[in-house]
Design a protein around this ligand. Structure first.
Ligand code: M6P
Ligand code: ZN
Length: 187
């Protein structure tokens, strides 16, 4: 397989990566049942199905040694009291790590492995490190779009299945304007 050529990329003021070879657009209806308040989710989908996030990616050959580069623009908002977030995934190759570099906005990267859950802040100039084996998702706790750049190995892959089935063990809720991680079983 041919490997990538040297390339320069630009993150535009709105967070779009240029050039990008693939774009993911996720509205609330694309996240089927991921928010804990199913009633609020259904009402928001009925009322116009808001845009939650977009990913702008420079694709590379999916092999060891290459690195995917992408930006995510995650809108501000809540479903009930749960902040807008990405779907979240494990890497198909579980032992592949990832780095996030925050460009604007305010949020947290939620990670879990086994029964452990950690939240790392992300925002302008902040770096979050996702270690091997940890599932990861990002929540926007601010009032403007959260923009971050992610870099991850070419052969990592995305495994959404287990998150779609069981969710994260803890969710990030707005409690009187303060983000708090709450055990799903404690609600
Ligand atoms: C980051 C990276 C991407 C991921 C995106 C959205 O930019 O981790 O690989 O696709 O966030 O997250 P998800 O795929 O979980 O919806
Ligand atoms: Zn990842």
């Amino acid at each position: 397989m041919e490997l990538s050529e040297p390339l320069g990329l630009v993150v535009e003021a709105d967070g779009r990566l240029k050039p990008a070879t693939s774009t993911v657009v996720r509205h609330l209806s694309d996240m089927g049942g991921m928010y804990v308040d199913a009633g609020a989710e259904a009402a928001m989908i009925d009322a116009g199905d808001p845009l939650v996030y977009e990913v702008f990616q420079w694709d590379v050959p999916p092999v060891i040694g290459e690195l995917f580069v992408c930006t995510t623009v995650l809108q501000p908002g809540k479903v009930g009291s749960e902040y807008f977030m990405t779907k979240g995934h494990f890497h198909e190759q579980r032992d592949r790590a990832e780095v996030y570099y925050g460009l604007s906005g305010h949020g947290q990267v939620l990670m879990f492995e086994g029964d452990r859950v950690e939240a790392v802040p992300i925002g302008d100039g902040m770096v979050a490190y996702v270690p091997p084996f940890w599932a990861h998702r990002t929540a926007n706790t601010g009032i403007e779009p959260l923009v971050f750049l992610a870099v991850y190995p070419g052969d990592a892959g995305h495994d959404y299945g287990s998150i779609e089935r069981t969710g994260f063990p803890e969710i990030l809720l707005d409690t009187d304007r303060v983000p708090a991680l709450i055990r799903r079983s404690d609600r």
